[in-house]
Design a binder for this molecule. Sequence first.
Ligand SMILES: [Zn+2]
Length: 490
Amino acid sequence: MTKTWETIIGLEIHAQLSTDSKIFCGCSTHFGDEPNANTCPVCLGLPGALPVLNRRAVELGARAALALGLQINNRSIFARKNYFYPDLPKGYQISQFDQPFSANGELEIMTAERDEAGHPLEWRPKKITITRLHLEEDAGKNVHEGLPDIDRYSYIDLNRAGTPLAEIVTEPDFRTSWEAYDYVNHVRRALQWVGASEADMEKGNLRCEANVSVRRRGDEKFGTKVELKNLNSVRFMHRAIEFEVERQTGVLEAGGRLQQETRLWDERAAETRVMRSKEEAHDYRYFPEPDLPPLQVSDEFIAEVRDAMPELPEARRKRFMEAYGLSFPDASQLTSERSLADYYEKAAEASGDPRAASNWIRTELLRELDAAGLTAQASTVSPEELGSLVRLINDDKISGKQGKEVLHEMFKSGKTANAVIEERGLVQVSDTGEIDRIIDEVIASNPSQLEQYRAGKEALFGFFVGQVIKASKGKANPKIVNERLKAKLG
Ligand SMILES: [Zn+2]
């Protein structure tokens, strides 16, 4: 299929900006409150109520735009997008149309196709053009209860009406579902990183729509596109696109024609279903919002926002690779979240061995954090203490194996590495005199193994190492045991 057909995908993301209050009124954006508790005449759409723009929403929108490489326009216009829906009491949504908040972004993402088991093949950079990022308000929510056709009630909860959104639209630049997958993850991380949005798809504060079409390889013209909705996770989005590409190529290969339509992803049935066709498509009749002045953003404001932003994740990943000698997958993992990257950087410094610190964090510490459901920020082991643990191992005070036990105890009790080592009497024996004494004992009590070894059965070397470590109650430094055994066994 991939030889004959080419997939074309464009994406639209709606991200809820992390403000405390709504975009055009002072109501709280707190999630999970009593239905309609957080409403006022403005977000209820009562006649005569006037919207006032929330400055914080503009600031977070600017952070999002800058984190994604977009240009911020000094002047943008809010517009009314007219349509009727029960959860939209005004009968229109305040959005932006022909003069958006920001536009023309070129974003480099890292992407890879995956093998059958879902493991990435080769990571490569890809440039994505982001057409625009504009600001708008969210609608409310229809809540349905009871059984269909028997005892069905629908309610309207307007707590979400008026929460600020950034809508981020790309050009049709994606050629595979994995590129789309990697892009959404990139955007999600960038928005979280700069504090613009929680960007949690499960909570619904990041929503995604995909425009999917196929064309014969070599064709200039795009095929008929289908808009996919109800993609509630990045995994669902990936599956929905895969299904849709199969479906579309199937229709075309059978000589059929595709309809321009909107389809919903049904995760349980693992298929897309028609929601509405083009004939029912809306004409939104946009016009400038008369109750809001044009949004003016000065260069000084943009510079201020930029200066207050942390180093961006991709820049940080590259720096980790160059400064600390980390591999791409390791550096990517450590920059998957800002608090983890901060943690790593402190631990790397304290340990004096950035690569060892990376290994300890990526394996042992992340296992403990995952099991406890914690982020690096809330770790009971400070990065400085993790650094001193790495130092103790590098200085041969304890073995790597003991280190795992120590870290586990540090995590559980919050004690320092030194305190745990002392309590458990874990100090590694690196004294050659002491190790020689144990080796002599082991050799003396295993004469037949010694004979076989000297006769050429070299595999027995491991047996002697094991016996010495065991006789030392696990405290003998394995490196020194190896050296001394070699010398003694000849
Ligand atoms: Zn309100």
